[in-house]
Design a protein around this ligand. Structure first.
Ligand code: PLP
Length: 444
């Protein structure tokens, strides 16, 4: 770590201010057009339904699931997808995943119970700090469940339990590599895999069969490929052939980001959790009581198409791992499967100069996404493919209840129906009863 004197700090701040945003200067007019094309159906629904509500479009959901499974089935040997329940636990969504042949990836007792209620036929239990109660429930369902262990401590905890209950259980071990950054909270270092594997042999009921890693929020395939290359180097150098033959699966986790459906503002932080140059600029202006004006309104987040991502990951496996391990590959997609098929629909309650008050509180999405993420908002009653600059709020008693700065609308009047598309991932899951109830869900 470098000690920062003020000259060095100033140099770094200047460099940060000059950094180019990591998005493209496009628009999301195509999303507005998609929503406007459904105007008749959506307005008819809004007439019948108490406002606001989430809307899940089943056909859209199905098509997104199939796009993913087709892409990854084509390129990853023996591919099996396990939907990450944390992205959206709605029972309809879980049942849909099961009926489409996916397994479910759970991270708690609560999620495990939801997965069982949805009739899951294959379950992965991943996540750090699993408690005894959770492990016991997992063991009760050992016929359909694999535990992705997170540490040596967890191995001993599970080993003690399986010795007591004499339950055989399939397991994997999560590891992190040099590219894991914030995600090295999870799992064990890559170079301890051999030690972990041999330690597990002390526990006769734990059948260690796989390796697991996960990194969130990937716009491209590079990180998956980097981890797989590092894994291959380690397996070749430090993991004996007789142990390699015991590896039945490699689980490459989730993290596949949807393309071209949302964006961010010039001041938004780079996900995850690093401040952007724009943020520093805004902070400085506002600290001194000035309004900051940016040249660009927003940037659009572009991601590699799924087929391309799967192909590149498949090529890495073919080149580096196939000669070392003869196994199948799991994925744990969450966001990419459920994001785009859910809309939030509500009503304009008030229009004040440049301010719109809707009845959709951000308690429906849990966090203050609107401050940082550019999400297209469409006025279905008076739609347009061009945006008006307005500030769009919800009706919670806090200025943080904010949705965005732009709305696709010809005009805006009280009673108009507002649609915010692409709200299916990590929104319903984070929803809370702050001031208002969590809105109901309608399925079409
Ligand atoms: C272990 C694990 N698998 C899968 C996922 C799903 O990630 P995503 O929704 O970004 O695909 C997560 C999300 O944090 C995770 O922690």
């Amino acid at each position: 770590m470098k000690k920062s004197d003020s000259t060095h700090a100033k140099k770094l701040i200047l460099k940060l201010l000059q950094e180019k945003p990591r998005g493209t200067r496009e628009t999301l007019t195509h999303i507005a057009k998609q929503v406007i094309a459904q105007k008749k159906t959506l307005l008819a629904l809004a007439q019948k339904q108490e406002s606001p509500f989430y809307l899940i479009d089943e056909k859209h959901l199905q098509s997104d699931i199939q796009t993913f499974t087709k892409s990854f089935d084509a390129h990853l040997p023996g591919h099996e997808a396990y939907y990450a329940v944390k992205a959206n636990y709605h029972p309809f969504i879980l049942k849909k995943m099961v009926s489409e042949g996916l397994g479910l990836d759970v991270s708690s007792e609560r999620e495990l119970k939801l997965a069982l209620a949805a009739g899951a036929k294959k379950i992965l239990f991943s996540g750090p700090g699993k408690c005894e109660k959770e492990l016991r429930l997992a063991l009760e369902h050992a016929d359909i469940l694999t535990i992705n262990m997170d540490s040596f401590e967890e191995l001993h905890r599970l080993g003690k339990l399986t010795n007591q209950t004499k339950t055989h259980i399939r397991a994997g071990i999560r590891f992190f590599s040099s590219v894991h950054g914030a995600w090295s909270k999870f799992g064990i270092p890559l170079n301890q895999l051999k030690k972990f594997w041999t330690t597990t042999e002390k526990y006769p009921y734990i059948h260690l069969e796989g390796l697991h890693f996960h990194i969130s929020l990937n716009l491209r395939s590079e990180k998956y490929s980097q981890v797989l290359r590092e894994l291959a180097i380690y397996l070749e150098k430090s993991f004996p052939k007789n142990l390699r033959e015991k590896i039945k699966f490699i689980d490459i986790g989730g993290g596949y980001y949807p393309d071209n459906v949302e964006g961010f503002y010039p001041w938004s932080d780079h996900y995850p959790w690093t401040l952007s140059g724009g943020h520093i600029k805004k902070l400085a202006h506002e600290y001194y009581g000035e309004k900051v004006i940016f040249k660009d309104k927003y940037f659009i987040t572009r991601a590699e198409p799924q087929e391309e991502m799967a192909k590149k990951i498949g090529q890495t496996i073919e080149k580096h791992l196939k000669k070392l391990v003869n196994c199948i590959y799991y994925t744990e997609p969450g966001r990419i499967l459920v994001n785009n098929s859910t809309y939030i629909i509500g009503t304009v309650m008030d229009v004040k100069d440049k301010v719109i008050i809707t009845d959709i509180g951000i308690n429906a999405t849990g966090w203050e996404f609107g401050q940082h993420f550019y999400m297209p908002i469409i006025n279905l009653t008076h739609p347009d493919t061009k945006e008006k600059e307005m500030r769009i709020y919800g009706s919670l008693c806090t200025p943080r209840d904010f949705w965005g700065y732009y709305i696709f609308a010809k005009k805006i009047q009280t009673g108009d129906t507002i649609v915010i598309p692409n709200q299916g991932a990590y929104k319903f899951t984070l929803a809370q009863t702050f001031i208002k109830e969590i809105p109901p869900t309608v399925i079409i």
